[in-house]
Unconditional design. Structure first.
Lengths: 344, 344
DNA sequence: TTCACACACGCAATCGTTTGCCATAATTTG
DNA sequence: CAAATTATGGCAAACGATTGCGTGTGTGAA
């Protein structure tokens, strides 16, 4: 038999089917299945048997229609391609499944309009949303938070609960690591200017460098993609810095590849620090010194916060802000400052 | 205002609200919005205005209840962590969004039971499913395909339409590449034995080696994860082969890391070929020679096939089998066979 | 003037559940 | 043994949208 011959999608069994099979009313079946104590045990068993025979499975749409709850949560990411989100998605997925929720993945393609539109159009299709790296304005975010329960990740706004990965504090560590290696000309390789974490990292970079009497340089912006690393590497080389901190690992890895291509050795000629410690940061060449972020945990915490306010009737005394620490993981992409040309 | 104070999730506007605002019947609003030609233009504009004012957005649950169509498709992956699925998810996501469908991501955690259960429990929540690397038996797959329209990826069964990435043909190329480099002792590093593509790759490996009078060796099974690469590397080293073809890139990259740790150089002492060309295969150390698979395309094609049979009434003459070619991408992890010990 | 025929819109049933309310039967209590 | 209570299960109204059918209005032709 060819698959194409297979045209019958038989109507699935409904409560009514089970009811007539068991010889009871629909309401009794409903109760037997969702509130067993409410119906006599012998009736219940008859019903359960019938349900099993008919392979009954409740229609979640109908259920959602009454309860107003879909038991689904949307996770908005800027770009499914970015490995950063994979740890995040893994975290949310695990936690959601554990709570019996299903995850709906939405890719906003780094567009605020698409994010806004989807959030509006689909708001009835899920009980809440996790916004990872939202591109929305504070005002819009505040407005939408009235329509859909939500939690943001790496985006703090007073009107919305959030999980924040404290990369800025890590930046301080990273800068001090570079300074201790003798670097004095250090640049921040900027990500997209619409990115909220990017600005936070830049501010932390400024604070950290100034504390040590070093002038902060900013190069960019660049798209947070591996391909953009080529331009970033060229720009960094041209600027004459001896070390740089990149907005994220993707960009840093892209730089590493370009530098290798151009024959400049890392860290002998240029030290590079990334952010996030994504998949690949440990096996690239050279392995990347980076700010390790608890990304998966961030996903789990965000889900917990969201579900807490979905499931409880009272919202008082609930944690609405979480900050997760990062730490510097030193690998092989950072090293002592190179000797000045002509001097030992 | 603290987020915690924010307790009101106002009831969203319904057709009834719009109807009373516009002073018409519910049915008229419904038609004005979904079948504009059916209602007078001035009434329609009044309705549209009211809908806009009330920020009306249709309840997809209610819609699904009537139509029986949810406009959602589930994508089942064995492990969201595995970068192989990154590209796949990206492909399905793009194609689904383009068709106005939403993607529901399900992680089966490499468990056939979980896969089966979820498929059953959620079958009414989506219109169809894409099964990437299903662990189900042929019989079960056939049975379930009667309940839910589905398309498998990298899993061919006569009862279910499928998209197949032709890695086996690529294995032939890979083996010939190794043979042309002088290798005669070559092993296949096996993935999980429950994995369907793993068996196909092994069979292709056997065919390819035997064609060249080389004895096929099999090492494993190993979990298709980076961490398992350590054991695989040790085993390969111990077996005395000079080259190997790994079940997938993840395993190959793990091997690369372990070999570096043990101080054995690739490809001077051992050549390695991966499969899939996932994210990272190009920037690991050394860059991996691998079988480049059109993963994202596979996702897109699978979605197209699924939607084709969902949207059309007639299923006849529909493509129910697609094979996508792979090609060998030679990078730096393969090289000439090492000289025998003591001989030049 | 009357018949026919669009056209525009409303009525009400429907999808599959859940749940408040009520009727009956069974059990306990005084 | 009557009265009060409890256990059990059925009826019917929601939830929000779609859609077949019917009604009323207006237009043109005979």
């Amino acid at each position: 038999m060819s698959p194409a011959d297979d045209v019958s999608w038989p109507r699935a069994a409904t409560l009514a089917d089970v009811a007539s099979a068991a010889g009871v009313a629909i309401s009794t079946v409903s109760r037997a299945l969702s509130n067993p104590a409410r119906v006599n045990s012998v009736t219940r068993e008859r019903i359960e048997q019938a349900a099993r025979d008919l392979d009954y499975s409740p229609n979640s749409q109908a259920r959602a229609l009454i309860s107003g709850r879909t038991r689904a949560v949307a996770v908005f990411v800027a770009d499914v391609t970015n490995p950063f989100y994979f740890d995040l998605i893994r975290g949310t997925q695990r936690q959601l499944k554990a709570a019996g929720y299903t995850q709906v993945l939405v890719d906003t393609e780094e567009s605020d309009e698409l994010e806004d539109l989807t959030l509006q159009k689909l708001r009835r299709s899920f009980d809440g949303a996790i916004l990872a790296a939202s591109r929305l304005t504070d005002a819009r975010l505040a407005a939408l938070s009235h329509e859909v329960p939500m939690v943001t990740i790496n985006r703090q706004t007073k009107s919305v609960p959030s999980v924040f990965i404290d990369t800025p504090s890590g930046i301080l560590q990273a800068v001090e690591h570079l300074i201790s290696l003798g670097h004095r000309k250090i640049a921040y390789i900027s990500g997209p200017e619409t990115s909220w974490p990017n600005e936070g990292r830049w501010r932390a970079f400024v604070r950290a460098t100034e504390r040590h009497g070093v002038e902060p340089q900013r190069i960019g912006p660049f798209s947070p993609k591996k391909a953009a690393g080529a331009a970033a590497a060229d720009a960094a080389l041209n600027s004459g810095v001896t070390a740089c901190v990149a907005f994220n690992d993707l960009l840093a890895i892209g730089m590493l590849m370009r530098l290798r291509e151009r024959g400049v050795s890392v860290p002998e000629q240029l030290s590079i620090v990334g952010c996030d410690d994504i998949f690949g940061a440990d096996f690239c060449n050279p392995p990347l010194t980076t700010l390790t972020a608890p990304i998966e945990q961030a996903g789990r915490v965000a889900v917990s916060m969201l579900l807490a306010r979905l499931d409880s009737t009272t919202v008082s005394g609930m944690r609405d802000r979480a900050t997760l620490p990062t730490h510097l993981t030193v690998r092989a992409s950072t090293g002592p400052v190179p000797h000045e040309r002509g001097r030992p």
